[in-house]
Write a new protein. Structure first.
Length: 392
């Protein structure tokens, strides 16, 4: 960070004592709530507790005696724990009330879903959706978005919003980081008019887009004026798939996929430092990945993703943390199972495996696996007769 900017931790030190009556909720505050939901709260919502303040949750979490870092998983930056500990003594957040917390993992339905409702104390409620955790099931669900009109987490996100709107009368603000941003958009877009009219704003922090067939519907047109999508200047995740909405670009002091971490986004006073556009590298990667995805039919995407995650699951790992703990033994099993594929699938598998571990698990040290030299991707063009022709 430069001398004149801050990160989330410094923001809390500087402005954490300001009540919402003095300084209303802003984009940084919603990013903080999106990091709060990354903390595992399942032990504290067992069905008896209707609500707990963020201060109470912080106190319970750090006095539970559990392995804090292990519970956080492989994907979340350790600063999440420092932030969560600070919130107990931060007047701006400590008395916000969390209710209706839900965490769901279903390997059969291929779903990972987590959401919470926050009474902000300013006469509004926030619905916060968690992004992908480090479960392999959760990552497969992400990939499934490339060939499905909707995934289970998106449908649950819409049902959750409808439930919250029926339970509480206040205006609603939605937010999510990564896949959570995608869920917030989907939930709002599929809400009934009575609920949509109560939504004030939808924050999408570097969340992936949708298939073109999905965003070209009237559902998405109805929410455009309420939507605020924010990505770092070198965004990778936020550039995936198609998007209609305009997005704001903010400055990150990290590089590559590490920019997805909101703790790297620079802050001035009550807002992120905004820039004019994403980098040329982000644009190139977006074009490359989109071109590759568009070169595959829906059936080819489905078959490849099935094969990819069968290979990934062949190690016996349930989470990316499991893969990290397994070390070379796990990656040797990956390589062995990839070698059973035909040459075309093996080539594609190695490309995606390399991208996957760079983007999904940048902190995980991957043993050297021989990768083929990447050749220009071929795209398919439909002729007037409806057949597909491969072109360089």
């Amino acid at each position: 960070m430069s001398r004149n900017t801050a990160d989330i931790i410094e923001y809390l030190k500087w402005r954490g004592d300001l009540p919402l009556s003095v300084s209303p909720m802003n984009e940084v505050d919603f990013m903080i709530l999106c990091n709060v939901i990354c903390v595992d709260m399942t032990p504290f919502f067992t069905g008896k507790e209707k609500s707990l303040t963020i201060g109470e949750l912080s106190e319970k979490y750090f006095s539970s005696g559990a392995d804090e870092k292990a519970r956080l998983g492989a994907l979340q930056p350790e600063k999440v724990l420092s932030m969560f500990k600070m919130l107990k003594d931060t007047p701006r957040f400590s008395n916000m009330s969390v209710s209706d917390y839900i965490y769901k993992i279903d390997s059969v339905a291929e779903e990972q879903f987590c959401a919470m409702c926050v009474d902000l104390g300013d006469g509004t409620r926030a619905v916060i959706y968690q992004g992908t955790d480090d479960t392999i099931v959760g990552w497969k669900e992400n990939f499934n978005m490339s060939f499905l009109d909707s995934i289970p987490a998106q449908r649950d996100a819409a049902a959750y919003l409808e439930m919250i709107a029926g339970k509480y009368p206040e205006p609603i603000k939605l937010a999510g980081h990564s896949k959570g941003g995608n869920l917030s958009i989907y939930a709002a877009a599929h809400s009934i008019p009575e609920v949509l009219s109560r939504i004030i704003v939808i924050y999408n922090f570097d969340g992936p887009g949708f298939r073109r067939e999905v965003i070209d519907t009237e559902h998405f047109v109805a929410i455009r004026d309420k939507l605020r999508s924010i990505v770092p200047q070198g965004s990778i995740i936020g550039m995936l798939m198609e998007r209609e909405e305009n997005y704001d670009v903010v400055r990150s002091d990290a590089s590559g996929v590490y920019q997805h971490d909101g703790f790297s986004w620079e802050i001035q006073r009550d807002h992120f430092v905004h820039m004019e556009t994403v980098t040329e590298g982000s644009k190139y990667l977006d074009k490359t990945i989109t071109g590759w995805m568009n070169s595959l039919t829906i059936e080819e995407r489905r078959d490849f993703i099935k094969d990819f995650f069968e290979v990934l699951s062949s190690t016996g790992a349930k989470t990316l943390s499991d893969l990290a703990r397994g070390g070379f033994r796990e990656f040797a099993a990956l390589a062995e199972n990839m070698n059973k594929l035909d040459d075309k699938k093996k080539d594609m598998m190695k490309r995606v495996m390399k991208m996957f571990f760079r983007s999904a698990v940048p902190k995980l040290t991957m043993p050297k696996i021989s990768m083929p030299k990447l050749t220009p991707l071929k795209t398919k063009k439909r002729d007037s007769g409806g057949t597909q022709n491969a072109q360089d």
